[in-house]
Ligand binder design. Structure first.
Ligand SMILES: [Zn+2]
Length: 139
């Protein structure tokens, strides 16, 4: 079993205390991202079980859910970004090491205060990169 060089078991684990795990290849990618980025990256959440994911309002298809082969996502903590350029650099490094899904808080696209930043390695059904934003008011 692959052990992460940079991310703690707590960062990888579901908050409910279950056995949900991060997919091994995805975990290697996150380590490669950390090496490429060259500075600490702090994770808010990586793997969850389906029950926990639904309990916090995520969809059943969330890439955080470990449905047997491990989860495919990490939510980067705000404190990872000391400067706005860190955010752009993180995206550059993430694409380079093979990540393909980016959920960006409204703050990062200049449309609000939500600073969440989700990274995963799933592609769309047509094989494309996926990108979306959190917390933008529809008013
Ligand atoms: Zn759980």
């Amino acid at each position: 079993m692959y052990e992460s060089e940079f991310f703690t078991v707590k960062e990888q684990s579901c908050p409910c205390g279950c056995n949900a795990k991060v997919n091994q290849d995805t975990l290697k990618k996150f380590d490669n991202l950390r090496k490429e980025f060259g500075k600490p990256i702090y994770m808010e959440q990586m793997a969850t079980c389906k029950e926990h994911s639904l309990s916090i309002g995520r969809k059943e298809t969330s890439t955080h859910i470990d449905n047997g082969s491990g989860s495919h996502a990490g939510d980067v903590k705000h404190k990872t970004f000391k400067l706005k350029e860190d955010y752009f650099n993180l995206i550059r490094c993430a694409v380079k090491v093979g990540f393909t899904g980016f959920g960006q808080g409204a703050f990062w696209v200049g449309a609000g205060s939500d600073k969440r930043f989700h990274i995963d390695d799933k592609r769309s059904s047509t094989g494309d990169f996926r990108s979306w934003a959190y917390g933008i008011s529809k008013e």
